[in-house]
Design a binder for this molecule. Structure first.
Ligand code: MG
Ligand code: ZN
Length: 381
């Protein structure tokens, strides 16, 4: 008898009351409705399959708070939710607890730690090759799309070798020699001889090498060339979102069109460059606009990778910027209550998201220099 009473009491304890059950069901439906339908369940790790293409995406300054601000701003229907694997990356540089984009970008694309401000070189200035340069040497195609100047630290770390990120004359010469198939970004001014200490004309070098150089997104879209450079703006610090020409989305589409023609595959680096600038400014609306742009680019990339089936997509950040804290908000209204705790970078771990062959290797806490070797391994290299 005692036992029966006990069992009944236990059952009562665990039975979900009808009202609670209804609420639970409603909120589950709401989540299903709001959130991206995604590919979480139907994208198992394709173990043993090699990645023909690698798309490495860097949200400059994009920590977990920035990513969550984007998830909320999208009212839960965020493309970040489409990644089946995620982890963290430790971002410290060779000489500083808090990295800059030079050392951070170099670590992600070359797999080597270096000192802050360095680009594609070790702390003793020994040049190191990026995964994009390696891809080119193996006969794959390579390229980048950024919303900063093409000479800014993040893109520069894919093709240049310099002890200081501000050596724009040197960096632009390296860009003109790197042989990447597509290079899209801003900062045309630094290529004009009258703005250079060396008076050289790296654009002439590019044209001699067979590149078509275009000066607007319209020209870029019309181009039939498979070797393409596009400047979407003149200035080093170009237009911001919202309102900027859609360089991140249209540039990504164009670059994928060109690069995917190579039957051997390709490696591309795509950067949401100005998430960092917005967070340096502690400007939440600017940051959210840049993240919204980043989301649209993610959709294009993930749709491509899903269709292709042989593409590894890795999204990460070089570091967090702004020490962003989300103190509240409203998911239904897409509103965040943002508070920044610095106008500089912070040293926290940043998120890593992965999709496609080899994606499962990016889970857990890893070092930023582990990312590039994992991409190579996924490619079977
Ligand atoms: Mg950058
Ligand atoms: Zn920064």
């Amino acid at each position: 008898m005692k036992k029966i009473v006990f069992v009944v009491a236990l059952a009562a304890l665990f039975a979900t009351p009808a009202k609670a059950q209804k609420t639970l069901q409603a909120s589950t439906e709401k989540i299903q409705q709001n959130e991206s339908t995604g590919t979480w369940f139907d994208a198992p790790a394709k173990q043993g399959k090699k990645a023909k293409n690698v798309i490495v995406i860097i949200g400059d300054g994009m920590g977990t708070a920035q990513v969550y601000a984007s998830v909320v701003a999208q009212k839960g229907a965020s493309n970040f939710l489409r990644f089946p694997f995620s982890g963290f990356s430790r971002t410290y540089s060779n000489n500083k607890y808090t990295t800059d984009s030079g050392a951070g970008g170099t670590a992600i694309v070359t797999g080597c730690k270096t000192d802050n401000r360095h680009i594609g070189v070790l702390s003793d200035n020994t040049p190191v090759q990026s995964i994009l340069s390696k891809a080119k040497s193996w006969g794959l195609s390579a390229g980048f799309v950024v919303t900063s100047s093409v000479l800014d630290a993040t893109p520069a770390s894919t093709y240049a070798h310099a002890p200081d990120r501000k050596m724009y004359d040197t960096i632009s010469l390296h860009m003109s020699q790197c042989g990447f198939d597509v290079m899209i970004g801003g900062g045309l001014a630094n290529f004009r001889p009258e703005n250079r200490k060396d008076g050289l004309r790296p654009l002439d070098t590019l044209m001699k090498k067979g590149y078509e150089i275009t000066y607007s997104l319209e020209e870029m879209k019309r181009s039939k060339s498979d070797k393409l450079v596009t400047f979407f703006c003149e200035n080093y610090y170009g237009p911001v979102a919202p309102g900027r020409d859609p360089v991140l989305t249209e540039g990504t589409k164009k670059a994928l069109d060109i690069l995917s023609k190579n039957p051997k595959g390709f490696v591309i680096m795509i950067e949401g460059s100005q998430i960092d600038w917005a967070c340096h400014n502690n400007d939440a609306p600017y940051m959210e606009a840049e993240l919204a742009d980043f989301e649209k680019m993610l959709k294009i990339v993930l749709d491509f990778a899903e269709k292709d089936g042989n593409t590894l997509v890795v999204v990460t950040a070089d570091h967090e910027t702004g020490g962003l804290v989300l103190l509240g908000g409203n998911i239904d209204k897409g509103k965040n209550e943002c508070k920044y705790t610095t106008d500089g970078h912070s040293g926290v771990m940043v998120p890593v998201f992965a999709y496609g062959p080899g994606a499962e290797t990016f889970s857990g806490i890893q070092n930023n220099i582990d990312l590039m070797p994992k991409m190579l391994k996924a490619m079977g290299r």
